[in-house]
Design a protein around this ligand. Structure first.
Ligand code: GLP
Length: 279
């Protein structure tokens, strides 16, 4: 059944200031706690929330924290649906590093989500283009994504939208950069086993989510975070498109924040956040 879409980010923009919130926290554990709390808030206020999932290392502690809340009886996810950002093309479904396996292992099972409500792009489809269109249609039919979790690649990618991705792109097949394949080689036995292609939600798809939460931990992410938050909006740093989103949080530890320049302002803003400002 098609769920009523509450409001689009652009409608939201009419009555909110539409700024990116940068939250700098002492360590990775606090990043997970704060980002998980943001997700938990959305799910508590919208029990049939549609959440957007990311893979990679950055979100793992967030999923673990959400699973803890579910186990403690503090969060009910029985009506939640989920859509993953991306998937490798051509990797067998039962490969431990296919994103369909990773999402099942790290999210669906520990949180006890209904597997029929958890969606991952089909990287094995005979007709990839059609699978991409169907994925977009499934997100729309679910009513759009309420809150999307994002990591960031060292080259500024979000999902698998590599530098030079169209800022309005939709779900499609992409070629992975050498840098991303090197970064992700740690998940595979040999670097040449990292797939060369992927399906990823586009930047336009990601920007349609009502709320975005980007997390980054560690110094190796510092340059990408600074480019995304304080650099020009450019396809060469796909995460910089978040500057146009009316409700985006960037939740980082000190190391990932270390190349930002406007930090005094971000800290002041977060520490003095008035209760009327949206969470
Ligand atoms: C991966 C994923 C992204 C992820 C990024 C960073 O390849 N496709 O969704 O955000 O690269 O990964 P990590 O969190 O492991 O640093």
């Amino acid at each position: 059944m098609r769920r009523e879409r509450r409001h689009s980010p652009m409608q939201l923009d009419r009555y909110s200031e539409g700024s990116m919130e940068v939250i700098i926290l002492p360590d990775a554990a606090r990043v997970a706690e704060v980002a998980a709390a943001q997700f938990a808030d959305v799910i508590r206020s919208t029990p049939d929330a549609v959440i957007g999932l990311a893979t990679g290392s950055s979100p793992l502690d967030i999923y673990a924290r959400l699973a803890e809340l579910v186990r403690a009886g503090e969060l009910d996810v029985s009506r939640v649906s989920a859509f993953a950002l991306d998937e490798y093309v051509g990797i067998p479904e039962d490969h431990p590093e296919s994103y369909v396996s990773v999402i099942r292992r790290e999210v669906t099972e520990p949180l006890g989500l209904d597997p029929s409500r958890v969606h991952v792009p089909d990287g094995r489809a005979a007709d990839i283009e059609r699978a991409c269109d169907e994925y977009e249609a499934a997100i729309a039919a679910a009513g759009g994504i309420d809150v999307q979790l994002l990591g960031i690649g060292t080259n500024g990618h979000v999902g698998f939208n590599e530098p030079s991705s169209s800022l309005r792109s939709r779900t499609r097949i992409k070629t992975l950069t050498r840098r991303t394949r090197v970064d992700n080689a740690r998940f595979f036995e040999r670097p040449d086993q990292v797939p060369t292609h992927c399906i990823t939600q586009g930047l336009g798809t990601i920007m349609d989510a009502r709320r975005l939460v980007l997390v980054a931990q560690g110094e190796h992410k510092a340059a990408a975070v600074a480019a995304a938050v304080e650099g020009p909006v450019t396809a060469m740093c796909p995460a910089s498109i978040l500057q146009f989103h009316p409700h985006a949080s960037v939740v980082v530890d000190e190391a990932a924040a270390s190349a930002l320049t406007n930090t005094e302002y971000y800290r002041h803003t977060y520490e003095n956040k008035p209760p009327w400002q949206h969470p």
